[in-house]
Ligand binder design. Structure first.
Ligand code: PA5
Length: 434
């Protein structure tokens, strides 16, 4: 299994304090396993890696292969929230910020906002490309993706004809209800199912993520295998040997005992930008209820050390950091030595070191600066690499953690009633028929 190592040495907590929650965590875990906790009808994510059917993975891979063979250049992925962030996170996590030939198909994301400018620009962008559409919505009624789908579907139908268009439209939605399901069935689109018991922000390891991953060329079988091993490792009720649950308790203690209102998840890899966004949604929507919870914030270092670094070091003491580093980068490069008269940038002192080594030195230096000088508690999570297996593991790690963390706060981690308020206000003004 791809290891995830967690270190609390700079967290201002000691392991004994964390482990004093062993009985409480065991109790929550055991209840969760027996489906006795609040929101237990949405615990399907726990068993996803074991339940994913190989035939379904084969079907996704076969369709992806056909799209490659047909010369489809671009997949337009339409979705928002849990039907968007995990997809974007997984692709960047494995391929990096600027992938080359390794990426089998370009992806663009739409329906993730109501920005008319963004929508029109993306419509224009695909106008002269051979594109396919994957519309993702569990409820099938979310306005942002529904509007985008109407517009992109029309463009595709106008381009290739209604009959041909249906071979290039894929709907990922609920098995038995929703406008999108009805539409897909009427039009005869190929469908993928989001299981009933898996909520949006927990759905990246369902076809929500897996189908687009297969299209860009990620190895979805390896990803599921990584998730399965991690799920086994992080489903022990023994807090002493379960790092995902230790992380949950540590953040709970830093919030409730040490009174920090903000957790900042930091990564030193550009490829993790959307993983940080996925994590923010996972924790914000799961925990932010009843006037409770840490505000999840994020930063990319060293980039943001040049913007947020000052306030983290010397500003108000509102946050603790959870920092992700990668042992083995996807690529690395050595700083070359130049002849003395060419050493005009004065960087010869770095010659022989790789950029990843320097990134690690920046991490160590920042850890000392923030935790020892700035008194900002730091939790360190080290992951192995950029692989599909590691992505699957890390998803399971944080999903396990958020469940325990939410139940420690005594809230239901699996609903999001607050999100409905803006929607009902908007629909009232728009006079949506009930
Ligand atoms: O986590 C969630 O449940 C939400 O963020 C949803 O994923 C998001 O609102 C999109 O919903 P849907 O997939 O129903 O369009």
């Amino acid at each position: 299994m791809k290891e995830i190592n967690i270190n609390f040495d700079r967290s201002e907590l000691n392991l004994k304090e964390i482990l004093s929650y062993s009985d409480k965590v065991k109790n929550i875990h055991d209840k969760m396993e027996k489906f006795e906790t609040e929101g237990s009808s949405f615990l399907g994510w726990k068993d996803l890696p074991n339940n994913i059917n190989n035939k379904e993975l084969d079907r996704m891979e076969a369709i992806a292969k056909k799209l490659h063979k047909d010369g489809v250049e671009t997949l337009v992925v339409i979705g928002i929230g849990g039907s968007y962030l995990g997809v974007r996170a997984g692709i960047d996590f494995v391929l990096g910020e600027l992938p080359g030939d390794e990426q089998k198909m370009e992806i663009i994301f739409v329906g993730e906002s109501l920005s008319s400018t963004a929508l029109v620009q993306k419509l224009r962008y695909v106008e002269n490309k051979k594109f396919a559409i994957n519309v993702i919505s569990k409820s099938g009624t979310t306005l942002e993706p529904a509007i985008a789908f109407r517009l992109f579907k029309k463009m595709l139908e106008d381009k290739v004809g209604v009959n041909n268009a249906k071979d290039y439209i894929f709907a990922t939605t609920d098995a038995s209800k929703g406008v999108l399901l009805d539409l897909a069935m009427q039009k005869g689109y190929e469908r993928f199912i989001i299981p009933d018991d898996v909520g949006g922000r927990f759905s990246v390891l369902t076809p929500v993520g897996l189908f687009p991953f297969a299209c860009v060329g990620l190895n979805i079988k390896k990803m599921v295998a990584g998730a399965k091993l991690a799920n086994d490792a992080y489903s022990s009720n023994n807090l002493g040997i379960n790092p995902a649950y230790q992380y949950a308790v540590a953040r709970y203690l830093l919030h409730t005992q040490r009174k920090y209102p903000v957790e900042m998840l930091v990564s030193y890899e550009n490829a993790h930008k959307y993983f940080l966004e996925w994590w923010k949604q996972l924790f914000a929507e799961s925990e932010g209820k009843n006037g409770k919870a840490l505000l999840p914030h994020s930063a990319l270092f060293t980039t943001d050390l040049h913007s947020l670094g000052q306030i983290i070091q010397e500003g108000s003491k509102v946050l603790f950091e959870t920092v992700i580093t990668v042992k083995k980068p996807k690529y690395d490069i050595k700083i070359m030595e130049l002849a003395q008269d060419e050493d005009l940038d004065k960087l010869n002192y770095l010659a022989g070191k790789t950029v990843h080594e320097i990134n690690n030195i920046a991490f160590e230096a920042t850890l000392d600066a923030h935790s020892l000088v700035g008194r900002v508690p730091n939790i360190h999570i080290q992951i192995e690499d950029y692989s599909e297996e590691t992505f699957g593991s890390l998803v399971m790690f944080f999903e396990r953690a958020v469940a325990i963390s939410g139940y420690l706060l005594e809230i239901n981690p699996f609903n999001q009633p607050g999100v409905e308020v803006y929607k009902s206000n908007m629909f009232k003004t728009l006079k949506k028929p009930m």
